[in-house]
Design a protein around this ligand. Structure first.
Ligand code: P6P
Length: 335
């Protein structure tokens, strides 16, 4: 295997030089996060704080540490005008003349931190609109199709960057040298799958269409889908998406009636959109069960969305099951 470094790969593929600089800066932060995670209990970074984030979720110590690392590192790059984070109520201005905006979930899946299960940093990069400051929410409210790059760093048995700059999806593994090295090129999501991921404990809260769809999966070869399925649930979106990119599958977090006024649990700007760019760039589909996530027009920085993403034929089946239920809260909030 020729050891192609991240920077060499991006330059070889004529990626915009200033975008490469921002990606490099993000990787400086992610490498520091990886070091903190690897130390774990030895570094005293496990456990929770006494604070909750804008979502009302208790912040883990590592949520705060990862968020601070990303903010402190990104603001040193003059190309970064501002950033929005799951762990920040409001966007943070960085450099007035910066060209890019960065949104991120500093540590997705952090409920898994204390049990040593994979977590990750999810990021999305947008061009900053003219004459809008980096702390102006309006600057960030761009559809997912406007992203110039998206990716995540999965902190698992190996630390792996999964990145798209709009010309496919590539994996880069973090070597002991501190370099991200190309390990999978032009990743493709298989169109069909026998593996689904959903939190089954919420079944009674889903709308009937989702209940029907999952029930038919459970009927297996004797049911209308005429094949047996397997199930996974890691409670870490970044790990689920990595499995889908690696071997196919469908990952779902649908609307449910516990919070009828909200489209779903996951966040559009720093989970739904970046993951959707990766999945679509790898030949998969990413929807709310009603429409493509990257076609949604954002209205709030911490806006949520329902998610059904992965192998295209399976996602199309989910949308088929949801056709005609346009009068429900889920449809109205996710179309
Ligand atoms: P639940 C992690 O908190 C997260 O945002 C996603 O990474 C994950 O898929 C989901 O929530 C897990 O949610 O309800 O199963 O704990």
């Amino acid at each position: 295997m020729n050891l192609l470094l991240l920077n060499q790969f991006l330059k070889h593929h004529d990626v915009d030089g200033e975008l490469i600089e921002v990606i490099d800066t993000l990787m400086i932060a992610c490498k520091e996060i990886a070091v903190q995670l690897r130390e774990g209990a030895l570094a005293g970074v496990l456990g929770t704080t006494d604070n909750t984030n804008v979502q009302g979720e208790t912040q883990k110590k590592m949520d705060v540490i990862a968020n601070d690392i990303l903010k402190n590192v990104l603001e040193t790059n003059p190309l970064v005008r501002g950033m929005a984070s799951e762990e920040e109520d409001d966007p943070v201005a960085a450099n007035d003349d910066g060209r890019f905006l960065v949104t991120f979930d500093p540590l997705d899946g952090s409920s898994n931190i204390d049990i040593n299960v994979s977590v990750g940093t999810i990021f999305s990069i947008l061009e900053a609109p003219q004459n809008m400051s980096g702390d102006n929410v309006e600057a960030y409210l761009q559809e997912g199709r406007k992203q110039v790059a998206a990716g995540y760093v999965l902190y698992g048995p190996s630390a792996t960057l999964v990145l798209s700059t709009g010309a496919g999806v590539n994996f880069f593994t973090l070597a002991h040298t501190g370099d991200f090295i190309l390990t999978n090129e032009n990743v493709q999501v298989p169109a069909t799958t026998k593996e689904f991921a959903i939190n089954m404990s919420n079944q009674r809260h889903w709308e009937p269409e989702m209940q029907n769809y999952v029930n038919d999966l459970l009927l297996g070869a004797e049911g209308p889908r005429e094949k047996n399925y397997n199930m996974r649930w890691i409670a870490s979106m970044v790990a689920e998406v990595h499995r889908v990119l690696t071997r196919g599958g469908i990952f779902m977090y649908p609307w449910d009636k516990r919070e009828t006024g909200k489209p779903g649990k996951l966040r559009l700007m720093y989970e739904g959109n970046p993951m959707s760019m990766l999945i679509e760039q790898a030949g998969g589909l990413s929807t709310t069960c009603y429409t493509n996530i990257m076609d949604l027009k954002p209205t709030e920085i911490h806006q949520r969305c329902a998610v059904a993403l992965g192998s295209s034929e399976e996602v199309e089946a989910v949308m088929e099951y949801h056709t005609g239920s346009k009068d429900g809260a889920a449809a109205a909030l996710n179309s």
